[in-house]
Design a protein around this ligand. Structure first.
Ligand code: ARG
Length: 580
């Protein structure tokens, strides 16, 4: 099953070939949603150059060649040459009935599946993990799920920062406090606190700072004791990460972790190859690449430092090794880096160096899926009132507590026992936080505002969750399982038509989100769907419908809406309680 827009596009293409010759069968038919009809084709406006005729005449001729009467009312030419396309009610009804039997809900699978690396989350171990990492985690997970569903071969990749100079300081601090001490335990619960304590010692105690520097050298030289303690640090922080991921219901596992340390052994080769190719050159004691097209404010070429003057490697060397690994070993066709927008220049430059070196094939796409900042209501990066960075587990707990507060105010909550209420609050609180991260275009900043995101009105997680609970309750009252609503769909009312047509657009919404790696497009779609459902439910009695075929049709529309909402929220990774 394909979606209406695509089917129409194909028909218009056939019409173009019939009217103007085979040469036009590949022309983009420019079919778009329209204000004046369901869709419009703007293709006639793009052809006068080739056909040497005015666009209205081209449109008229194309309309005569369109074989479309089974799908549409007679097409109309309007304005300078738009072709308005209005779908027939019976066609929409038939498609919706067919969708009831389609477990992919009208979403086709990639005909030519790609290997897609989705890199996301990527916190720095034992270092500040902030709300920015929460957003890269949530958005990245949605992108991975959407790509999976679209039929691509997805490789999840958690590029944790588990290597680098800060580990000298962390190892020394762990040795000082004792590996079994309660303080070491904070790595498991609040890694930030451990990091800050180590940092404080480093800043105030020159002897400690010196030991830390020597420890880095030992670690990078492969000293067994240093490596053992480093492993322990990593394991403790992983514990913390796992707990966060499982509470967030994020699909990352241990197998998905390929941290910076993973690439360590590849660095000498990467650097040597860049040197041999003449791409990396000595500059002020360091080894640098100067990818074409990147200049500073004074016009001088900008460097990517490949090896520091002390001989150490850095973040960029690791990223270059990562690129090569993703192409050569993982065989990726597309790599999506879900990382904060502050790193945009870094990625443009390392991608450019890798392309210069010929490491990225022409047809392989490397993309930085930028993530905008999460701001507090004061418009600055979100922090606690005292100015500290926010502990993520406390943030999530606050969401759940607030959700519980709202539920307790609702009369309906009296019907649930304590355990049920707690699990609904968990889903609503976590769902609200996740949906807020997802529903804004990922590269835009947004203001973290509890009252707005946990509201049952507007484009929020709770609103969509509530829509599913409401539909489930219709079926409970009907004494019918949603799967048993088999229609067929018939369309008489405008509200039925609007809802059914929206349902048919699910596949297009999924694909648009997948192609652009923009989960918020799916959010927009689901919100519009839920709003149309609300209108439908206000205007069209379901259980009290006068005749049986109307009742069966409306129940089928309810069932489809439920399935699309659940399917969509699942692709976004937003949990849904059965009742609320
Ligand atoms: N660990 C980094 C940070 O927290 C993000 C890693 C981004 N990914 C990459 N391939 N460089 O800033």
């Amino acid at each position: 099953m394909a979606n209406p827009q695509e089917l129409l596009a194909r028909r218009v293409q056939d019409g173009l070939a019939a009217a103007f010759g085979e040469a036009f069968s590949g022309t983009d038919p420019l079919v778009r949603p329209s204000q004046h009809a369901d869709f419009q084709s703007n293709v006639a406006l793009s052809l006068p150059g080739q056909l040497h005729r005015p666009p209205r005449e081209i449109a008229a001729e194309l309309v005569r060649s369109l074989q479309i009467t089974d799908m549409c009312l007679p097409p109309e030419v309007s304005g300078p040459g738009f072709i308005n396309l209005t779908l027939r009610d019976d066609w929409i009804a038939r498609q919706a009935s067919e969708m009831l039997g389609d477990d992919r809900l009208g979403t086709y699978r990639a005909a030519d599946p790609q290997t897609v690396v989705v890199e996301y989350s990527s916190p720095n171990i034992a270092k500040e993990m902030h709300v920015g990492h929460l957003r890269t985690t949530i958005v990245g997970d949605a992108i991975a799920r959407i790509m999976d569903f679209a039929g691509h071969h997805v490789i999840r990749d958690n590029h944790v920062g588990d290597w680098g100079t800060q580990f000298g300081m962390l190892i020394e601090h762990l040795l000082d406090v004792g590996e079994d001490s309660p303080e070491a335990g904070t790595l498991r619960t609040d890694p930030n606190r451990f990091y800050q304590a180590a940092r404080a010692a480093f800043d105030s105690d020159p002897e400690f700072a010196e030991r830390s520097r020597q420890r880095v050298v030992l670690l990078q030289g492969g000293d067994p004791v240093s490596l053992r303690i480093w492993h322990e640090l990593v394991a403790l922080s992983m514990d913390y990460l796992h707990r966060m991921y499982s509470r967030l219901q994020v699909s990352l596992t241990d197998e998905d972790i390929r941290g910076e340390s993973f690439y360590n052994a590849m660095l000498p080769d990467v650097v040597a190859d860049l040197e041999t190719a003449g791409i990396a050159v000595p500059s002020e004691g360091a080894l640098c690449a100067f990818p074409p097209g990147f200049t500073g404010r004074d016009g001088s070429p900008l460097p990517v430092i490949i090896r520091k003057s002390d001989g150490g490697y850095n973040y960029s060397s690791t990223d270059l090794a990562t690129i090569r690994y993703r192409v050569d070993d993982l065989g990726c066709d597309r790599a999506i880096y879900v990382v904060g927008s502050a790193q945009a220049l870094h990625f443009r430059m390392v991608f450019a160096v890798a392309r210069q070196a010929g490491w990225i094939p022409e047809t392989t796409s490397f993309e930085h899926a930028q993530i905008g900042n999460v701001l507090g209501t004061d418009g600055k990066i979100l922090r606690t009132r005292s100015g500290d960075s926010i502990k993520l587990s406390a943030l999530l707990q606050e969401g759940v507590d607030r959700a519980r507060g709202i539920l307790d105010e609702l009369e309906a909550s009296a019907q649930f026992d304590e355990a049920t209420l707690a699990s609904i609050a968990e889903a609503v609180g976590i769902g609200a936080v996740k949906y807020a991260d997802l529903s804004t275009a990922r590269d835009s900043e947004y203001v973290f505002d509890w009252d707005r995101m946990i509201s049952f009105k507007g484009n929020t997680g709770p609103y969509l969750q509530y829509a599913t609970a409401r539909i489930r309750s219709i079926f409970r009252r009907a004494g019918l399982a949603p799967e048993r609503a088999t229609g067929p769909v018939v369309i008489a009312e405008e509200a039925e038509r609007g809802l059914a047509l929206k349902l048919l657009g699910f596949g297009a919404a999924v694909w648009s989100a997948a192609d652009a790696a923009q989960p918020h497009r799916l959010c927009v779609y689901l919100f519009e769907l839920a709003s149309l459902f609300t209108t439908f439910y206000e205007l069209c009695p379901v259980l009290k419908a006068e005749d049986e075929p109307v009742r069966a049709s409306r129940l089928a529309l309810c069932a489809l809406t439920l399935r699309v909402l659940l399917g969509g929220l699942d692709l976004l990774g937003v949990p849904v309680p059965e009742r609320m």
